[in-house]
Write a protein that binds this ligand. Structure first.
Ligand SMILES: CC(C)(COP(=O)(O)OP(=O)(O)OC[C@H]1O[C@@H](n2cnc3c(N)ncnc32)[C@H](O)[C@@H]1OP(=O)(O)O)[C@@H](O)C(=O)NCCC(=O)NCCS
Length: 144
């Protein structure tokens, strides 16, 4: 893909509606995550992709989405790559819980066992659906 015109940048308040609209394409929402936690992929003034990082116990990637007409052109990889390259010092891992594990595997993420999932996330530890969960928990080792 020609990524020359593609900018990956931190989101600002004015990106709230474009991000909300993009996520709604996939029946996703901002999950209570503030717009300042998001980055966007912008081309010709249009938001074509977004993703967020939530820092609780560990940094976790949330709400990644690429406009349906622009998928499979490397935008999702650029968004993940931005977070990996700009992780704060001292961070060893970037986590994700996802329904698209193949995409994250291609990016170098590796799957975690349920036993690790329950140690990492309180909401997983308290969940009755853990075994049948549609989300794969994965992590990427950050290179420093
Ligand atoms: C997942 C997503 C963010 C990837 O962004 P993208 O810009 O299409 O990704 P890239 O172009 O960098 O990489 C594409 C590759 O990732 C993989 N991939 C992308 N989406 C995938 C999915 N839903 N399931 C499995 N693999 C996927 C494929 O290997 C694909 O390569 P291919 O097109 O040659 O088959 C995007 O497809 C998307 O918005 N999906 C819908 C929302 C979603 O499922 N978000 C994840 C929720 S955790």
């Amino acid at each position: 893909m020609n990524t020359e015109a593609m900018i990956i940048r931190k989101a600002g308040e004015s990106d709230t509606e474009p991000v909300r609209k993009l996520l709604s394409t996939y029946f996703l929402n901002m999950e209570g995550v503030g717009i300042k936690n998001f980055i966007v992929a912008e081309s010709n003034g249009r938001v074509l992709g977004c993703a967020a990082i939530v820092e609780n116990k560990y940094p976790e990637l949330h709400s990644i989405a690429v406009h349906p007409n622009h998928r499979s052109r490397g935008i999702g990889s650029l968004l993940v790559g931005y977070f990996a390259a700009n992780a704060p010092d001292g961070r060893e891992w970037l986590y994700v819980r996802t329904t698209a594990p193949r995409f994250f595997e291609n990016m170098g993420f590796r799957k975690l066992q349920d036993s690790e999932k329950v140690k990492l996330w309180d909401d997983c530890a308290g969940c009755d659906m853990l075994e049948g969960c549609s989300q794969s928990a994965m992590r990427l080792q950050l290179k420093k």
